[in-house]
Write a new protein. Structure first.
Lengths: 290, 377, 290, 377
């Protein structure tokens, strides 16, 4: 089993004719993801890597039965693309695009809620259920089928840690990059709940970072609701206050959102927090051998 | 992006939020003239982009022109948390019956703009949140309907019993929300909002921050940017596709990805070193980016070693190595540079780098240790 | 029985301190309506005709359990008042106010829908369940308890016709003035459905007028869904095209919305249409004696 | 409230909707000058607030200055459905590849602003609706989210296969919606919207109506009002709290309530008379209103009898009678006036009216019959 995506996922790529959209459509298809359609207004009729292109998501859904969308369109138009997918009946949207204005996300949120659409991202690397579906810009080769759930706010740090997991023979059920923006779709808690309910997942790794309190909420959720072991890591222990560390969401404001607070919250919830990425597989092994 | 108090007041005026009369001054003689013209008791306020100017002596009440001149002499040129005061705002010192707090922020959990008001104004809201959390009223605004008049009035009635006061406050909340949304703000604070003896409700100190991601559609806000030296470097880096933040240490870091960059800084610290910066070069093997990044790092005179930490994902490590080789051809430095390559095609990349004489490793911790070691030589 | 309002109605009057609000609060209370609260920002603590006044509808609902609201506030602020009532949990709002901008009504509509609030009006005389509750500006003395349902887009024309019904011994279950604006809350169809389901109502009188196609829709509904007899009357047979006959909604645009079209629709649905008000009780008697 | 085509074009320009260049002219010499300056083929278009000006000869193509002068001579002063043409718009006559229709209206059933577009432009949309209803695409806009970009684009793609054309059209839809909402419009039509040989999408003829109830917050729109004679009387009545519409008959009506006023007109007609007007005096017994209403009625020289029809509800008939008595003291006329009072305190009211010598009755049909009879004497 897995969460959110699997062999039944039928993917439509929004912005398929752009540089990134084109490149990663090929990569995803090569991985084995069922990429059924692309969308690029005005390019209907084109084939990209054998994938048919439509003017609108509605047309793509009608023709191909797509149920999941990935968004590569530029930041200024990404919110509209997300809403278009939602209105066309897509139930899961993965927004890769970086740099979406926060107000756009605030307008998108209630719209998706009304339609019952889930969103991952924006500004995220996507997600993968190894050997079934890769939806995003993740390098497929470092992932391995297994039974660890993985959630992260980062991109390359995800690869770093997943690589360590795979090298240590911890395969993954599903790995989700939830993105580095302050207002995003699914948060840690939403995914922890799904992993808790996924029979195949036996433990979860959570990679947090400074800014916000999603990690604190995750810790609370783990303490209250989870039976499966969780290992955490927090990036940004050395980050100064008031400076945005690359991600729009990675900022310590007025002394809140610090790594120390997040680590304390996880410790209080009984979740071991790795001091450095190398320690993550070690802690995981300890917990699973208990 | 941050703006000064005087700029926030300009925006408040544009949106019809009442603020006291004021004049921006760069010199003592301008302050003298402004005080004479206002012909009232004034406050001379340092215009700096850092908090805590009050405690640092950057805000002074002046009963007359002589007072104002002496205040201006003390404040202009003063250093507040590393910022030199280059201008002051001379503002009508209105009489105050009571102070309140009004703030708008983006709330991550409810995914909404949240209005926070408090009867405890004039102090930092974080202190109120810690000591008297029950004194903060929070209201989550539905982005589809906006802040409705009755909602603003309901909240105003929780601070003001009197209807004429409550109506003024409600109107300020509504206008501040409009300003906030239309300018893509991330913080809009009025602290204090004051009630005067003649029953007027006024905004005294205004603080606004804006969403960097939305500046492309906010030319008027962007024109208000007054970056300091460090920020100029950050903005310059950003224009080159790099995300750079200067820190105080001596080990320069160049990393692909923000999370990994933070983890790299943390690891340096964990192993006893001090990171000199945060630097995310993004997901590209473009040699120009590596050259630009290296130039920024080496401009920081404190840097005694550089750690390059690349995890190849979609970006192949051999491509990154080729970029690095090209970059090293145009950069001359005797500062040691440790390169870590891992992930896709790492072996090929490390092989290519042999020609550069750069120390290469394949794990992050090894790279951090090596960089620290080299930085001490 | 009755529809929408009865002895259990607990009414809050929005704009109770205004001239009309004050006057009609007294009238409604005198009729026997359970007027539990008034709202007027800044006037909390006042008593009007013994009715306690609150600053907000939320406070009024909390203190008195009000479940129905009547709105007398001026047109520029009426939409906000309607939404305030809805947000405070009021399930039925009657908006008497005349002159609401249409755009305000368009914004109010989805808001009320989300909260599950019903609206009657704006620009309406209100409604009455004789001997139980009068909510509006209707003259209580002309109504009489009975078993005719009554729906009208007009004010004084309602009184004219109801007076004829009462004089002819046709008492009423509930009489509703739905108002003369183009965009309003409940339309004929919504109320016909309720009368059809009300066991005490044996026949319905519908008073339409020119403009829109609410009458055509009513005719269709009667043909498709109703078992009870209906008599109709349409005002405005002599009205010219393009001129607004007092009510914002009473306008024939581009030759549609004419009385002739509406009369034809009712005739097609088997609903007799009175040529003049006097004929209404005559037609009703004929139908009920069949 | 209606505005002229040239005013609609001004609004279009303000909102960024492309329209051809044009000049408003009041005289033939202005037309000559404008055509010379535009130095292109032009269209001379009568500016009147009624439809059907094309069929009436109020729109003429002019290939040169002479053509334009001769067109202006024909059109200026022309009578179109009772409206005298006092000004013409001289507009660049763009070349047209294809014509489309775009309209926004308030839809009563869905309670939403509805966008209607059609590939059948340049003809009346009512005709298309009758003959080719499948050629009209309707889209109901959610007022909370507005017209979203992807929605506008989807609709545009249904008219235009080409992306550059579709993008221009989508942008026009979005701007027209913004204009519509921000000005409290009730109709906004572009007919035709045209495609030119060089792939430009332009608005040629614009029609806009506005919500009278919202004019209080639309000063800019209100300033565009150019009422004709009949409308001036209606506006004057409205300022006195009266709702008045002139008709062609001879029996003046004064009624309390709009529905009852229409029913009164209908009844007069049913009994063989011709109503002279619609007049709703509202729910008041204020003598001044009765005086104002009577003055308006008697100003219409066609009126040969007046029927006053009052159903007393909350307004008591005896109060109305007192108002009538006061009014009759200041009005001198020999036109017969029939008064019908019914409802609350009707008996008392009728008793009071005996002193006036006015014919009084207690039923509406009786009043109508009596008025018709008296009008013929």
């Amino acid at each position: 089993m897995s969460i959110l995506v699997n062999k039944d996922t039928k993917l439509v790529v929004q912005g398929i004719t752009g540089r990134d959209g084109k490149f990663h459509s090929g990569k995803m298809k090569a991985y084995g993801t069922n990429v059924v359609a692309g969308v690029s207004p005005g390019k209907e009729g084109l084939l990209i890597d054998g994938i048919p292109v439509f003017n609108t998501v509605a047309a793509a859904v009608k023709a191909t039965g797509a149920n999941t969308s990935i968004v590569f369109v530029p930041a200024a138009f990404a919110a509209d693309a997300i809403m278009e997918a939602s209105e066309a009946g897509i139930k899961l949207v993965i927004a890769i695009t970086e740099g979406l204005p926060i107000q756009d996300m605030l307008r998108v949120t209630p719209f998706l809620k009304q339609n019952g659409t889930l969103l991952i991202g924006p500004n995220c690397p996507g997600l993968i259920t190894p050997d079934e579906a890769l939806i995003g810009i993740l390098p497929g080769n470092i992932f391995k089928k297994g039974n660890i759930g993985f959630i992260s706010r980062s991109g390359t740090l995800t690869y770093e840690v997943v690589n360590l997991l795979t090298l240590n023979d911890f395969g993954q059920t599903t790995c989700v990059g939830i993105g580095g923006d302050p207002i995003a779709g699914l948060y840690f808690v939403d995914l922890l709940e799904r992993f808790e309910n996924d029979p195949e997942t036996i433990a979860v790794v959570v990679i947090g970072e400074i800014g916000g309190d999603a990690e604190e909420q995750a810790a609370q959720f783990i303490a209250d609701k989870m039976t499966k072991p969780v290992v955490a890591f927090i990036a940004g222990q050395t980050a100064p206050t008031g400076k945005r560390m690359g991600h729009a969401g990675a900022i310590i404001s007025s002394g809140s959102g610090t790594a120390a607070e997040k680590i304390a919250a996880f410790n209080k919830a009984g979740v071991p927090v790795a001091k450095e990425p190398n320690e993550i597989p070690v802690l995981l092994r300890e917990l699973l051998n208990k | 992006m941050k703006i000064h108090e005087y700029q926030a007041r300009q925006l408040f005026r544009k949106y019809g939020i009442p603020v006291p009369e004021d004049v921006l001054c760069y010199t003592v003689s301008e302050v003298e003239k402004a005080t004479r013209e206002l012909n009232r008791m004034v406050v001379v306020k340092a215009q700096v982009l850092v908090g805590g100017r009050g405690k640092a002596g950057g805000v002074k009440l002046a009963r007359n022109v002589d007072d104002a001149v002496s205040a201006a002499k003390q404040i202009l040129g003063m250093d507040i948390k590393g910022c030199k005061v280059e201008k002051v705002l001379v503002s009508d010192a209105v009489e105050i019956t009571k102070e309140y707090y009004v703030g708008l922020i983006n709330d991550r959990n409810t995914k909404s703009v949240t209005l926070m008001v408090s009867s405890e104004g004039g102090v930092e809201i974080e202190e109120v949140a810690k000591d008297n959390p029950e004194k903060i009223i929070k209201f989550h605004i539905n982005s589809l309907t906006g802040l409705l008049d009755f909602q603003a009035r309901d909240i105003a009635f929780q601070l003001f019993g009197d209807i004429t006061q409550a109506k003024q406050a409600a109107s300020i909340f509504t206008k501040l929300y409009k300003l906030y949304v239309e300018t893509d703000a991330t913080i809009a604070e009025i602290n204090p909002l004051v009630l005067t003896p003649d029953n007027k409700v006024l905004a005294i100190d205004g603080k606004m921050n804006f969403d960097d991601n939305a500046l492309f559609r906010q030319p008027e806000i962007l024109a208000m940017r007054e970056p300091d030296e460090d920020e100029l470097v950050e903005i310059d880096a950003s224009s080159k596709g790099l995300s750079y933040i200067k820190l105080d240490g001596n080990i320069g870091c160049m990393v692909n990805g923000a999370g990994l960059a933070m983890a790299t800084m943390d690891m340096i610290k964990l192993y006893g070193g001090e990171p000199a910066n945060f630097l995310d070069i993004g997901g590209s093997s473009n040699p120009q980016k590596v050259i630009d990044a290296m130039n920024i790092l080496l401009n920081d005179k404190k840097v005694t070693a550089v750690m390059i930490n690349i995890f190849g994902g979609i970006t192949r490590c051999d491509d990154v190595a080729k970029g690095l080789i090209k970059a090293m051809e145009v950069i001359t430095t005797n500062i040691p540079i440790v390169v870590r390559l891992s992930g896709t095609n790492a072996a090929e990349g490390l092989e290519l780098l042999k020609q550069t004489n750069l120390p290469t490793v394949s794990s992050m911790s090894e790279a951090a240790k090596k960089a620290i070691e080299l930085s001490r030589q």
